[in-house]
Write a protein that binds this ligand. Structure first.
Ligand SMILES: Cc1ncc(COP(=O)(O)O)c(C=O)c1O
Length: 369
């Protein structure tokens, strides 16, 4: 039975951290009457430049969400009729973005220790039709980019990172987003939260040339704008970020490293104090967008946690098991196992020490039921 107190003070799985600065930023945009990007106080431009500097990327293009970021980034890679290798343990946007661009998603298995894509499985899935590798930094834990980059070189493939969970994560002391083409989500559940938002960062020479191309595609293909006149040179979408989102994002970005450190400290407590052997590893470069554990009976475990007033989640039901992507040939042993018993646990910095104690003791009580 759920007790009333637990329900009233329910511990949320995701909860944006904001203060007066975000409130003031929103009011300022509201009163400016310039709500779309490209005019007024130019928050979108400022956010783009600040985020570019933060990750130390050569280019940054802000968009309206992480799905659009993936859609646009892959539009640079000419994937029509070609294969893109990605993990199935992800949000469905990772695969949809391949389809939007006429590509064929090929699901590779995960490394059961990190839940990130397994480079050995990538190699097995590579064919002469493969064009792009699309890894996901799962829960903010950086993939093995060295191995993946080596595979790209060996098979002449392009790399696009799904960094939706990884704003502020680092790999080999460089921020995720500084290595190649990376796509971020700033959905309100993410560690850099906006009402909705996303960004693409570009680094290698080929990609950097395409920064302007992306800006054209993000706004309906509009080019050569002079006053009220413009031309359309190609197909584009209405993917631009709005001024409210950017204004909130500017404030969120200022505290991102600090908040990620708090998330890491919470994860460290989970790592040390949760008695299960199968749990998310510690990595000083991880943003810990959430923390994951694997349990025996997920349905029962999640119900027990809910009764304790603790919200948990599932990231993810594997994409290749969804009706749209089902295909008899795809068998991913590790992904399917984890897909049955992985549970996500809150790491947001609104958690109090008491909340964390309660989460840990409840997990230790119920994980083996
Ligand atoms: C791994 C992953 N990729 C892509 C996305 C899409 O981002 P958005 O919701 O901002 O479109 C998400 C969002 O949940 C995600 O978790």
């Amino acid at each position: 039975m759920k007790n009333k107190m637990a329900m009233k003070n329910k511990i949320k799985l995701f909860d944006p951290v904001f203060g007066k600065k975000e409130e003031q930023a929103i009011i300022k945009v509201l009163k400016s009457r310039f709500w779309a990007s490209g005019s007024g106080s130019g928050n979108v431009k400022i956010f783009e430049e600040n985020f570019r500097k933060f990750v130390n990327a050569k280019k940054c293009v802000a968009v309206n969400n992480g799905t659009s970021a993936l859609h646009l980034a892959l539009s640079l890679m000419d994937i029509k009729g070609k294969e893109v290798i990605l993990p199935s343990l992800s949000f469905v946007s990772t695969a949809h973005a391949v389809i939007y661009n006429g590509g064929i998603p090929i699901f590779a298995d995960i490394d059961p220790k990190s839940l990130c894509i397994d480079p050995t499985s990538i190699e097995e899935k590579t064919t002469n039709k493969t064009k792009v590798i699309l890894p996901v930094h799962f829960a903010g834990l950086p993939c093995n980019l060295d191995k993946i980059q080596k595979l790209c070189k060996k098979h002449n493939l392009r790399l696009v990172e799904d960094a939706a969970h990884a704003a502020g994560s680092t790999y080999k002391n460089k921020k995720i987003g500084a290595h190649g083409a990376a796509c971020f989500s700033f959905h309100p559940v993410k560690n850099l939260a906006m009402p909705t938002g996303g960004a693409i960062t570009l680094n290698d020479k080929k990609n950097v040339m395409y920064g302007n191309e992306l800006k054209i595609r993000r706004w309906c293909g509009i080019t050569s704008r002079k006053g009220a006149t413009y031309d359309i040179s190609e197909l584009g979408w209405n993917f631009y970020m709005n001024e409210f989102a950017a204004a909130v994002g500017i404030e969120q970005l200022k505290k991102l490293d600090f908040l990620n450190k708090k998330r890491r400290n919470i994860a460290e407590r989970y790592f040390k104090e949760i008695k299960s052997d199968y749990k998310m590893p510690m990595d000083k470069g991880c943003s810990y967008h959430f923390y994951w554990i694997c349990v025996n009976n997920r349905k029962k475990f999640m119900r027990k946690m809910d009764e304790q007033g603790i919200e948990t989640g599932i990231h993810y039901k594997p994409i290749h098991t969804m009706s749209m992507y089902k295909n008899k040939k795809t068998k991913l042993i590790e992904t399917e196992k984890v897909g049955e018993n992985v549970v996500s646990i809150a790491t947001h910095p609104n958690l109090s020490e008491k909340n964390i104690d309660h989460i840990i003791s409840s997990i230790n009580k119920f994980q083996n039921i």
